[in-house]
Design a binder for this molecule. Structure first.
Ligand code: NAD
Ligand code: UDP
Length: 333
């Protein structure tokens, strides 16, 4: 089986390539490298001892995508812009890249009669929790343009399936991906100031940042700081493999990929200090606008439909993040 992986040079995509190659799949990575380095793919080859076919291209270019995708059996669609704050400032870029790009990709698939797709959605489609944990039937009502692009793409996929029930579609709603491959060769390499907690903590530990701002300690959580469901990126990668394997029959299914466990900001900081023996100086600052106090997944459906559940704990997430950060202090250079 040959799988076309859009955004395969990125953080989650590169780890998923490792999982797929190890399972015997061929992969074609299609990426415009707007937020990634070709080095990640060389390292995927080093880890697996297998070769990755790489095509530098943009999903918004339907003609090039239609040609590049020829001969593939299915698609995992990671390509997209992902920064919530930036999406508020540049909504048109986000709709164009994520929504228009996905439309072009789906048309390229249609022209080649490829009807199997696993799509990277996000827990952000649930918006403010009406109840917790989030299960897949929780109402969808996201609060920012990034989340809106994910929701619109989900709706497009559901409509596509209604129009042609021979499609095999899996929508994966990720919670908070962190960590790195245990080799320390590939990991998360954010450009500029990290938006997310774990890469920020890792950059404090390596000395690239002076201290961590903890955004608020007055939430209604066990220690007042925000609670999230962190998921090791290699667990997430194996979730994609399970999703592909489960697409043996036509369907359009949305599934949460989370651990089901919520950890606070201070839980994560303390676990990081314990795992790495590095001090993490922090200061408490006001809440970040738009943040939700807590959210975590109900991962039951993933267990029932995919036979998947998260295997790696918070200590492993911290240890593997540090392993990548300490081996690559400036990221991929
Ligand atoms: P990433 O930025 O590391 O990877 C995305 C990749 O897509 C990059 O390599 C980038 O160069 C490429 N890309 C972007 N636009 C493209 C385009 N128009 N054509 C071709 N390639 C393009 O991000 P990631 O963390 O690996 O996320 C992968 C997917 O998962 C994204 O769709 C993201 O929205 C989704 N997601 C991520 C998180 C997270 O916290 N990392 C959480 C939920 C969902
Ligand atoms: N957070 C923080 N400082 C940072 C980045 C994040 O205190 O520099 C907090 C944030 O308020 C949230 C948690 O860490 O409670 C996870 O934030 P992240 O941006 O990683 O994920 P998201 O909020 O998008 O789920």
């Amino acid at each position: 089986m040959k799988i076309f992986i859009t955004g395969g040079a990125g953080y989650i995509g590169s780890h998923t390539c490792v999982e797929l190659l190890n399972a015997g799949y061929e992969v074609v990575v299609y990426d415009n490298l707007s937020n990634s380095s070709p080095q990640a793919l060389q390292r995927v080859e080093k880890i697996t001892g297998k070769s990755v076919q790489f095509i530098q291209g943009d999903i918004r270019d339907e003609t090039v995508t239609t040609e590049a995708i020829q001969g593939c059996d299915g698609v995992i669609h990671f390509a997209g812009l992902k920064a919530v704050g930036e999406s508020v400032a540049k909504p048109l870029d986000y709709y164009e890249n994520n929504v228009y790009g996905t439309l072009c990709l789906l048309r390229a698939m249609q022209s080649n009669n490829i009807k199997t797709i696993v799509f990277s959605s996000s827990a952000t489609v649930y918006g403010d929790p009406e109840y917790l944990p989030f299960d897949e039937i929780h109402p969808l009502r996201t609060t920012n343009p990034y989340g809106q692009t994910k929701l619109v793409i989900e709706e497009i996929l559901r409509d596509l399936y209604k129009s042609d029930t021979s499609w095999k579609i899996m929508i994966l709603r990720y919670f908070n991906p962190v960590g790195a491959h245990e080799s320390g060769l590939i990991g998360e390499d954010p450009q500029g100031l990290p938006n997310n907690l774990m890469p920020f903590v890792a950059q404090v530990a390596i000395g690239r940042r002076e201290s961590l701002n903890v955004f608020g300690d007055d939430y209604d959580t066990h220690d007042g700081t925000g609670v999230r469901d962190y998921i090791h990126v290699m667990d997430l990668a194996s979730g994609h493999l399970k999703a592909l394997e489960a697409l043996t029959f036509p369907q359009c299914t949305a599934i949460n990929l989370g651990s089901g466990i919520g950890y606070s900001v201070l839980d994560l900081v303390n676990a990081f200090i314990k795992a790495t023996d590095k001090p993490i100086p922090f200061i408490i600052t006001p809440r970040r606008e738009g943040d939700i106090a807590e959210f975590y997944a109900d991962p039951t459906l993933a267990k029932n439909l995919l036979g998947w559940s998260a295997q790696r704990n918070l200590d492993q997430m911290c240890r593997d993040t540090w392993n990548f950060q300490s081996q690559n202090p400036q990221g991929y250079v």
